[in-house]
Design a protein around this ligand. Structure first.
Ligand code: GYE
Length: 343
């Protein structure tokens, strides 16, 4: 009995300690009686581990593309491999309102850092102000928000979509011999990745006046919609005479390839195709001669995300933009790179 009392006393002391040292905005590791470890020593060790844990809430857009699947995996696997990370993952199924709800719940849970991939650029003011008032830093992952709200997030980790669009235009112009008609399959309406990939492409195409963009339509960054949209365009008057397709991501290009083949044309030959992301299947399509160029966009952002979040928790400053290093792949270069692709 005396022994048990002493144990309980140590347990309570350790719990209080854990609660005190973990402080505000940190996950509190309360050791309940049912979960109590065998000795007070272990309890103290748990308290220490709890204190150093990074609690991070991540609001993901959904699962629209192979790219996004790879990003989710990177973020989840990196957290699993690191016992100091406590990841709260939420899937918004393409809906901004679900992302806003998730962020509010992360604020209520007093996470250390909020991370999110914003489905669209606008409409974040209110919820991000709430995060700011709660003194919880926000990291944007892979997509950005409108420039006028730059003070509402701490850092953006991701690619330069304008450069990606420019690189796609350069490659497509070259494949098309600098002339012909192009169909553009755009990403999700209002997404920074779609807006800026379009802007970069349009800017660069101004240098190629003999190339005309005859039709631009959203395929929502997914394969099935990309295919449907391409099918409809091929049947329309503008679609009868096209020599190029620019898809804002690989999945839509892969859908378009199917539609072009079903229409009796040869993708990669009759119609040159360039897309962005760099998923394995796109490299395979290049190898098969059906896709001409892929502009890489790195989805493996887990390690950078947690490093930035840990730095913020430790009171360090992190860059406003943590930019990804990316490449462009065509022909033999793509075929050689295929065995080593990580996503
Ligand atoms: O290119 C696309 C995905 O936001 C950069 O979203 C990302 C884009 C990516 O669905 O495949």
């Amino acid at each position: 009995m005396v022994q048990k009392k002493r144990f309980m006393g140590a347990l309570v002391a350790a719990t209080v300690l854990a609660t005190l040292v973990s402080g505000c905005g940190t996950k509190t590791e309360t050791t309940s009686a049912t979960k109590a470890p065998d000795t007070a020593k272990t309890t103290e060790a748990t308290a220490k581990a709890g204190d150093s844990k990074l609690v991070i809430g991540f609001s993901q857009i959904g699962a629209e593309s192979g790219w996004r699947g790879a990003e989710t995996q990177s973020i989840q696997d990196t957290a699993k491999a690191d016992p100091t990370i406590d990841l709260k993952f939420s899937d918004a199924q393409q809906k901004q309102e679900n992302q806003i709800k998730a962020i509010r719940s992360f604020i209520a849970q007093k996470v250390d850092v909020i991370a999110m991939a914003p489905v669209v650029e606008t409409g974040w003011e209110a919820v991000l102000k709430e995060a700011k008032d709660a003194k919880i830093p926000v990291i944007l992952v892979d997509r950005g928000i409108d420039k006028k709200n730059e003070d509402l997030y701490t850092s953006f980790i991701g690619s330069d979509f304008i450069t990606e669009g420019q690189n796609a235009a350069k490659a497509l112009a070259e494949h098309m011999g600098d002339k012909g008609n192009v169909v553009e399959l755009e990403g999700t309406v209002g997404a920074s990745a779609a807006n800026d990939r379009k802007k970069g492409f349009d800017d660069e195409m101004k240098k190629h006046p003999n190339i005309k963009i005859v039709k631009s339509q959203s395929g929502d960054f997914n394969r099935a919609t990309g295919k449907q949209v391409m099918e409809a365009i091929l049947k329309s008057p503008e679609g009868k005479d096209i020599q190029g397709v620019y898809a804002h991501n690989d999945d839509m290009a892969l859908g378009a390839i199917q539609a072009i083949e079903e229409a009796g044309k040869k993708p990669g030959t009759d119609v040159k195709i360039v897309s962005i992301d760099g998923i394995k299947e796109a490299f395979e399509a290049i190898k098969a001669g059906k896709l001409n160029t892929v502009v890489e966009c790195n989805p493996l952002l887990g390690p950078q995300l947690y490093q930035a979040a840990k730095d913020l928790k430790a009171g360090k400053t992190v860059p406003k933009w943590i930019k990804s290093n990316e490449d462009v792949f065509s022909g033999q270069k793509a075929i050689d790179a295929l065995p080593n692709r990580k996503y």
